[in-house]
Ligand binder design. Structure first.
Ligand code: ATP
Length: 349
């Protein structure tokens, strides 16, 4: 008995000459909150459409609880979708929008009333039954769209950038709300976004994609702390990426000096990409620094200062609560664990 509710096996999708998905392989466990994350055009929506049954893979298989669902039309899959444009019926009130699917199934009115009550309290819109869709805010409409999808009791809910149209504050509120709903119902969510912070906040597992290919799959912590290539390192959070050369004894050379790092089995003398996150660089006095540079710019960002410090050859982006004045010399310290070494050539972004 598999614990995976959805499995993608070697899934490819071509649109004419264009390869939208190439050998996609990943599993989704029951009750998991999985996010497909990647830049525009990387194939996120295509993946959701294949799982929902709105389109078919060119090759490969999609399994639902271990069974190939290729021949099941969307309405027979135990999957519901919430799109970015909520697709609510504007001429119907809230009650009728949520009740639509249940009426089609000819459920009796008492049961429909009970379910709608439950759904409206779940999305914190109790008492909104007779409101028209037009009279609701974007966030409220979004919650009605979610209630309408959940009332059908899908085992998996697919959400395609459902928060994309909301302003930042509402979006943050809805992120928490969605996570709460998912946890209280214990159903599986597959969520699409191109916003890395949103993915890190909400997900149990993140599937990072680029150009139709899987780049990395893991928990938010894994993806952030142990990016497997420079694309992931740069897309999830910011990074300075520079050329380096591996040496013996866990040493990597850049800026004409050797630094301790975590060696992941690279050949000696191999040219590598060295990836360093802005928050992992400590700014100290020039005397204390492993590297010495000149502060090129300082921007106040509220929680930290964003500085560009240029050493001999490289410009490092740094996030620090301590400010070094523009034009002055400063020292930099980076812990070996924070000097990430990546295979060269995987850094084209
Ligand atoms: P976005 O974040 O912009 O929504 P996405 O990651 O969801 O992007 P997809 O919509 O899955 O990307 O598209 C993947 C690629 O496949 C894109 O290059 C897109 O132009 C192409 N594509 C998608 N649907 C079709 C189609 N019906 N016909 C031709 N090409 C398509």
């Amino acid at each position: 008995m598999t614990l995976n509710i959805i499995e993608l096996r070697d899934v490819c999708k071509d649109f004419g000459e264009h390869k939208a998905l190439i050998d996609m392989n990943f599993n989704v466990r029951k009750n998991e909150f999985v996010t497909l994350l990647g830049p525009s055009g990387c194939g996120k929506t295509t993946t959701l459409r294949l799982i929902g049954g709105f389109d078919h893979p060119t090759s490969g298989e999609i399994l639902f609880e271990g069974e190939n669902i290729e021949n099941l039309p969307p309405y027979k899959r135990k999957v519901n979708t919430v799109f970015q444009k909520y697709a609510l019926f504007p001429h119907m009130n809230v009650y009728n929008n949520i009740a639509f699917g249940l009426k089609v199934k000819k459920m009796n009115k008492r049961l429909i009333d009970k379910k709608i009550n439950e759904m409206l309290s779940l999305v914190n819109l109790k008492g909104y039954e007779s409101r028209s869709i037009d009279s609701l805010s974007g966030g409220q409409q979004q919650r009605i769209a979610i209630a309408r999808a959940l009332v059908n009791e899908p085992e998996v809910l697919l959400l395609d950038e459902p928060l994309g149209a909301l302003d930042l504050k509402l979006r943050k509120g809805m992120q928490m709300e969605l996570k709460r709903i998912q946890q209280s119902l214990g159903i599986t969510f597959i969520f699409v976004t191109h916003d890395q912070e949103e993915a890190l906040t909400m997900s149990d597992t993140i599937v990072v994609m680029k150009d139709g290919r899987l780049q990395q799959i893991g928990t938010p912590e894994d993806i952030y702390n142990e990016p497997q290539n420079a694309f992931v390192a740069d897309f999830i959070g910011e990074s300075t990426i520079i050329d380096g050369i591996m040496h013996e004894d866990y040493l990597v050379e850049f800026d004409g000096k050797k630094f301790k790092c975590v060696d992941r089995g690279f050949d000696k003398k191999e040219e590598v990409d060295v990836v360093i996150r802005p928050e992992d660089i400590k700014v100290v006095s020039p005397e204390e620094g492993m590297l010495i540079g000149v502060v090129k710019s300082v921007i106040f960002k509220g929680v930290h200062y964003e500085m560009i410090i240029k050493t001999g050859e490289h410009s490092f982006k740094i996030h620090s609560t301590k400010m070094a004045p523009q034009g002055e010399r400063a020292g930099l310290i980076i812990e070996p664990n924070d000097i990430h070494i990546m295979k060269k050539g995987e850094s084209e972004i």
